[in-house]
Design a protein around this ligand. Sequence first.
Ligand SMILES: *[C@@H]1O[C@H](CO)[C@@H](O)[C@H](O)[C@H]1NC(C)=O
Ligand SMILES: *[C@@H]1O[C@H](CO)[C@@H](O)[C@H](O)[C@H]1NC(C)=O
Ligand SMILES: *[C@@H]1O[C@H](CO)[C@@H](O)[C@H](O)[C@H]1NC(C)=O
Ligand SMILES: *[C@@H]1O[C@H](CO)[C@@H](O)[C@H](O)[C@H]1NC(C)=O
Ligand SMILES: *[C@@H]1O[C@H](CO)[C@@H](O)[C@H](O)[C@H]1NC(C)=O
Ligand SMILES: *[C@@H]1O[C@H](CO)[C@@H](O)[C@H](O)[C@H]1NC(C)=O
Length: 479
Amino acid sequence: MNLKLNLVSLVPILCASRLDRLNGVSSPTATPVSKRQTTSFPVFNFTQPLDHFTDTGFTWNQRYFVNSRHYKPGGPVIVLDGGETSVTDRLPYLDTGIVDILANATNGLGVILEHRYYGAFFVTSQYRIYSKQPPTPANFITNVKFAEIPEDLTAPHTPWIYYGGSYAGARSAHMKVLYPDIVFGSIASSGVTEAAISNWGYYDIIRRAAPANCSAQFITAVKEVDNLLSNPETNSKVKSFFGMPGLTLDADLTSFFAGPLGAWQSKNWDPAVNSNSFSNNCAAMGNPSNATIATFQGFIVNNATWNLATIVNKCFGTLNDTDFQQTDLSQTGRLWQFQVCTQWGFFDVTCYPKFVDVEYSSKICKQAYPPGEFFQVPALPNIEDVNKLGGFNIAHDRLAIIDGEVDPWRFDCPHSFISPTEFREDTPLRPFKLIPNAVHHYDENGLADHTQEPPEIQAIHQQEVNFVKGWLADFKQRH
Ligand SMILES: *[C@@H]1O[C@H](CO)[C@@H](O)[C@H](O)[C@H]1NC(C)=O
Ligand SMILES: *[C@@H]1O[C@H](CO)[C@@H](O)[C@H](O)[C@H]1NC(C)=O
Ligand SMILES: *[C@@H]1O[C@H](CO)[C@@H](O)[C@H](O)[C@H]1NC(C)=O
Ligand SMILES: *[C@@H]1O[C@H](CO)[C@@H](O)[C@H](O)[C@H]1NC(C)=O
Ligand SMILES: *[C@@H]1O[C@H](CO)[C@@H](O)[C@H](O)[C@H]1NC(C)=O
Ligand SMILES: *[C@@H]1O[C@H](CO)[C@@H](O)[C@H](O)[C@H]1NC(C)=O
């Protein structure tokens, strides 16, 4: 998740710290910081108790930014859940993205709210505290007093529309289900509502959505490496060929292949925030051919394998526990990884290479979070904590589900091809929309000039405006 998504080259992905490499590529965050932002928004603090259930005597300050440019008395509050990163990464959505679009359409007040445990909170807590605590945003919604806004905008007197993308999309859906009386409406965009131990669909979606030549090249290379690893005569030679002669674990080699593939997730319809990594990697893999090359290690490979090795050779290393146990404040990859290890799962597994499996992908949980004095990470995450709130089938009046057609995280969203409710009816009260050709939460960002957005992005923004206005009309009628 700390992957810099504007990377043009693959090397920094592979060379990122261990946690970032394993976790960044497939973490559900894709938050490019728009360079287009021209306005600065005021930042505020809201005092929260450390624990909503027990009085510890401790409080902390929750950060939020406010966009009041469209606000008129009687308007709603549009709040975006900052999710698993610093809320400052979400500023573009407040300025030209979905928050501004909905606020403009409804005379609303736009807010982006930092998730407890990330951002400013993280700096003071220094990894010591994680708690899921949905009461935190609920307490904000029912008690916040906005500076320079004379009206009391707390819920339930004022309608609040909650928005989140990706992990925060799942949070948005959960907020509607857990607090139906204070969260008037929710939009879950690419909301990964179904936690899963094995996230096998992720790469399968990429395989099917990528250009056929490119997928074919990866498959050729990865199958060939699998065979070379399986053969005791070539097992160590193929590791040398990839520049990692000291590797003990086969999966330490094959897990590197996730980097070039996972770059798919950082695609965006806006060229200013899109990453070309995936297409660059495809170009580097070349076109399918039967050309073979003899390696210095004494075996013969297809040109696809040769090309993959050229990419991977740029970076190599050996996993060791000490790498994972660095706890200086630059290791922010630990934050989302902890949520993965305790509740969400989503461990990478691939059909090829066979060596990357749940056991391998979850090994990091034991390495990075050894048993502590107060807490022990479970053997596998308690995904039931998440899925009892609805999982794939999560539904509620005024809960909108928006997913991307070729988003690898669609596997964990209500539109998943393994979801029992993949083909729900799309109604104004329960919108259920799939954005064509879209990857991850494509509706979250917007351009200053909306008419320059691709037609499918303008369309989804307009649909969101329409159903939110419809919900708000219901609110007015009732109050
Ligand atoms: C918010 O709280 C933090 C400490 O948690 C403090 O450093 C900062 O100055 C406060 N900001 C405002 C605007 O009050
Ligand atoms: C705000 O909404 C109006 C229509 O209500 C529209 O004409 C205008 O372009 C919108 N502005 C922005 C910045 O979205
Ligand atoms: C192998 O692939 C590379 C990269 O696309 C290409 O430049 C080269 O010509 C290919 N070699 C053969 C023998 O096909
Ligand atoms: C790769 O795909 C393109 C477009 O589908 C096709 O025109 C081209 O012939 C393919 N190249 C090879 C080597 O198969
Ligand atoms: C490779 O050779 C096989 C068997 O001769 C052939 O069917 C296939 O089309 C060839 N592939 C390419 C990309 O030339
Ligand atoms: C393990 O990683 C740590 C920190 O990155 C490093 O200092 C140490 O030398 C490594 N140990 C081995 C055996 O590679």
